[in-house]
Ligand binder design. Structure first.
Ligand SMILES: Nc1ncnc2c1ncn2[C@@H]1O[C@H](COP(=O)(O)OP(=O)(O)O)[C@@H](O)[C@H]1O
Ligand SMILES: [Mg+2]
Length: 395
């Protein structure tokens, strides 16, 4: 069956669509397969194509405003839900047309506008909550195929943090008998999935390492009026301010044991503002270099602190997400990993373009749901049990 996975992450930069052919092992046809797949049914996954659709500036702006709990208005939330449904449907339709593909199913993550994975007091109870928007009924109606959406609540209902969900797919794609691997995605937030050599799914560890591009992006906007540091050029021209790094390294978040999750709530506007403040009157490029170094350091630190002590087999870090396009960040990361004897690799080397991985993941998760298969990893989310994720909208 052919499944379109649709992702739009916390960076609110745009929509990623991946078309994935998923075959049962007994299928009479054969297709190229770059990675042997494992797991539930030993399916084969082939990426047919991937496309990216940047949000128009006004839409991006509105999404970011909507995520800001102080200013969001309920009518705008409702409107955004339906508008995003239309935009997702258009993005999928264009991708399918371009690759001359007929779809069977869509898996759409939606746009997270609020996520609080830990239970907190509210009206006399303790609740953990999450909210992804982008109306799936619209997508199903426009495309004429069923849509799986709203993946996170079922994991939370089972006691999990609702995140991260991609580790299930990392396990299927990257598990190796002989080499321990860490899959590291660098989106707005950075998160990793650690898969020891020869692991079963219960041995997989996954958690957010900290900021990905989010702090860099906010500072680029503030200091240069640009949405990000293209290819890491600004950071490359600056010098890391050690005093600032040392200060931010002490934050409680980095010491917190996994499972742990982060979002705009942790590394959003206020964080960027305090970063700027601590940098005092430093040169702009030095501030960007320092924010870049914080991302690289926090990834390596998480590996040192929580991953390596768990198992000795780790040799590779497989990176994906928009942050892989930041050359300065990649150089800093490579330098941090060298003393840990870990090699930096790109998901592209495994047949998955780095910007497509999360979209591929939601195609795979939708496929599982469609077949009534559970697809959270309790070891990653902290759930008490495996759960079938998502809701289905029929065309
Ligand atoms: N050429 C590039 N150079 C540097 N950074 C880039 C480049 N392309 C994308 N990025 C970074 O990647 C981010 C988007 O990454 P993505 O994986 O889509 O994150 P998310 O899942 O949060 O949407 C952008 O906001 C930007 O910071
Ligand atoms: Mg994105």
């Amino acid at each position: 069956m052919i499944v379109a996975g649709v992702m739009s992450g916390t960076s609110a930069d745009g929509i990623n669509v991946a078309l994935v052919r998923i075959e049962e092992p007994h299928s009479p046809k054969t297709f190229s397969q770059r990675q042997p797949s494992r797991g539930r049914g030993r399916q084969r996954y082939t990426l047919i194509g991937h496309e990216e659709f940047p949000f128009p500036a006004r839409v991006r702006h509105t999404i970011l405003e909507t995520m800001n709990a102080q200013t969001a208005r309920v009518a705008d939330l409702a409107r955004l839900n339906f508008l995003l449904g239309e935009l997702y449907a258009e993005a999928v339709a264009k991708t399918a047309r371009k690759h001359r593909t007929k779809l069977d199913l869509v898996g759409c993550h939606g746009q997270t506008i609020y996520h609080q994975g830990e239970a907190a007091a509210f009206l006399g109870r303790k609740v953990a909550v999450t909210w992804q928007t982008g109306e799936a009924a619209i997508i199903a109606a426009r495309l004429g195929v069923p849509v799986v959406s709203d993946f996170r609540p079922a994991d939370m209902a089972a006691g999990g943090k609702g995140a991260p969900l991609v580790p299930f797919v990392d396990f299927l794609l990257f598990r190796d008998e002989g080499v321990g691997r860490i899959a590291q995605n660098i989106g707005g937030i950075a998160n990793l999935t650690a898969i020891p050599a020869g692991a079963n799914s219960r041995q997989v560890m996954a958690f957010d390492t900290g900021p990905g591009n989010m702090v860099m992006d906010a500072l680029m906007q503030e200091l240069y009026g640009r949405s990000y540091d293209r290819d890491g050029k600004v950071a490359a021209s600056g010098k890391v301010i050690e005093r600032v790094i040392a200060q931010f390294m002490r934050a409680r978040f980095f010491r917190q044991r996994p499972p742990r999750t982060a979002g705009r709530e942790e590394f959003g506007r206020e964080y960027a503002a305090s970063f700027l403040q601590l940098c005092g009157g430093a040169r702009k490029q030095d501030i960007i270099a320092t924010a870049t170094a914080l991302t690289a350091w926090s990834i390596a630190d998480a590996i040192r602190r929580f991953v390596l002590p768990q198992h000795k087999s780790y040799r590779e870090l497989i990176v994906s997400g928009g942050g892989t396009k930041n050359r300065t960040l990649m150089e800093m990361l490579r330098a941090e990993l060298a003393p840990l004897n870990i090699q930096l690799r790109f998901s592209d080397e495994f047949g998955i373009p780095s910007e497509a991985k999360e979209a591929v993941a939601f195609a795979v998760l939708a496929y599982e749901t469609w077949h009534r298969g559970p697809s959270n990893l309790p070891s990653a989310t902290g759930a008490r049990r495996a759960a079938i994720l998502g809701k289905i909208s029929y065309a």
